[in-house]
Design a protein around this ligand. Structure first.
Ligand code: ATP
Ligand code: MG
Length: 359
């Protein structure tokens, strides 16, 4: 096993990508590694003709993945939009890995992201010594992707200031990146496109200008539709976390994951799963990603400080941390949930006791 803490998708799933290529039976767009159909198989999982099993990466509506992948074969870029923790970054990485064989051309959008992070920058020592030259120019991931015909990824596009966002307009509509200092330009090679992600909940996000919006097809990634779907997402992500971190704990019982996901879904929806009791919702989003961390942290606790079997005591700290983001308001929400829901469920007594001890 590799020493690398987190491998890129194309490293972790080399074998799957290789098999998909071997078994390819559809036309492949120029400079893509696989056909759009195979990219969707890679995302959704499936069995190849030779029996090789592809693991699902995205759990949810297949049509959304088809729309996302088809978009990349057009002249429009792809914007994955939605609440925090709905797999936007995850899907973006896997699509880039499957389409280009490379998911590493990433720009992380922040309030401090400047034009030089999207277009190009300069090695100032060299610039001052010799003036502008090809070797003084510092390429960005976007520039490299254009030159090589690959997918560039822009994370958290709406965190970038609007003026800087707009530098993408020429790149996306003309497929050209002018370098006036060298009196030259980069013309994008076929296969180049952009996947951006943005979430609509966090504070400090900027509007996407309408000029830029028109260059993107937006795919909204929803929260998991059903309890079963969300439980499966958490189960599969926890299983791979456990392998990667080599935790000395047993895989958690499905019922335990089911319970965490139930708590998250009920608090999110503001009503119990039997639709009988109305609940207050906490201020945070309680995303699937947080449910995954709750179970991961619980596993670490049980593996190192418990008996290796995940139980309510290992989970409760994580649940509290996820639910109570605002120490006053959310605490009331949680206490109410504890008394009106958790306490009443016969098979949740252990959780109630663990939660009481924590308050
Ligand atoms: N539908 C889903 N299918 C598979 N995995 C999912 C799904 N929803 C969430 N996840 C998991 O949730 C985790 C978080 O996802 P990710 O970081 O991509 O979220 P995000 O939408 O980019 O959130 P943010 O807006 O906070 O950046 C990932 O490990 C991902 O596997
Ligand atoms: Mg993200």
């Amino acid at each position: 096993m590799s020493e690398i803490l987190r491998q890129h998708a194309e490293q972790q799933f080399t074998e799957e990508l290789h098999e998909l290529k071997q078994q390819e039976s559809h036309p492949i767009p120029e400079n893509w590694q696989l056909s759009p159909q195979s990219v969707v198989t890679y995302l959704m999982g499936g069995k190849l003709k030779n029996g090789f099993e592809i693991k699902p990466k995205y759990i949810g509506n297949r049509r959304l993945m088809e729309i996302a992948v088809a978009t990349l074969a057009t002249d429009r870029a792809l914007l994955l939009y939605g609440l925090p923790g709905t797999a936007k970054s995850w899907v973006s990485e896997h699509i880039a890995a499957a389409v280009s064989g490379n998911s590493t051309y990433v720009v992380q959008g922040t309030a401090g992201t400047g034009e030089e992070a999207i277009r190009y920058g300069w090695n100032y020592a060299e610039l001052l010594a010799k003036g502008p030259s090809q070797s003084a120019l510092v390429e960005t991931p976007v520039m490299r992707a254009m030159r090589e015909g690959k997918i560039a990824r822009i994370e958290e596009l709406t965190r970038i200031g609007s003026d800087v966002q707009d530098t993408l307009i020429t790149i996306l509509s003309e497929k050209t990146l002018p370098v006036p200092e060298l009196n030259s330009e980069i013309q994008a090679v076929r296969g180049f496109n952009v996947i951006a992600t943005a979430n609509n909940r966090d504070k400090g996000v900027n509007e996407l200008s309408s000029a830029l919006k028109r260059r993107f097809n937006t795919v909204i990634l929803p929260l998991p539709a059903t309890l079963a779907e969300e439980t499966e997402i958490v189960r599969s992500r926890v299983a791979s976390f456990q392998t990667a971190m080599k935790l000395p704990a047993e895989a958690p019982a499905l019922a335990e994951i089911n319970r965490i996901v139930t708590i998250f879904r009920e608090l999110r929806a503001g009503v119990t799963s039997d639709n009988k009791t109305k609940l207050k919702s906490p201020t945070g989003t309680l995303s699937t990603a947080e449910a995954i961390s709750v179970v991961n942290n619980g596993m670490a606790l049980s593996g190192y400080f418990g008996d290796g079997n995940l139980n309510a005591n290992d989970l409760i700290a994580g649940i509290l941390g996820a639910v109570v983001k605002d120490p006053v308001q959310d605490k009331i929400v949680w206490q109410e949930y504890l008394e009106t829901v958790v306490k009443q469920r016969d098979d949740w007594k252990d959780l109630y006791r663990a939660a009481r001890d924590m308050l």
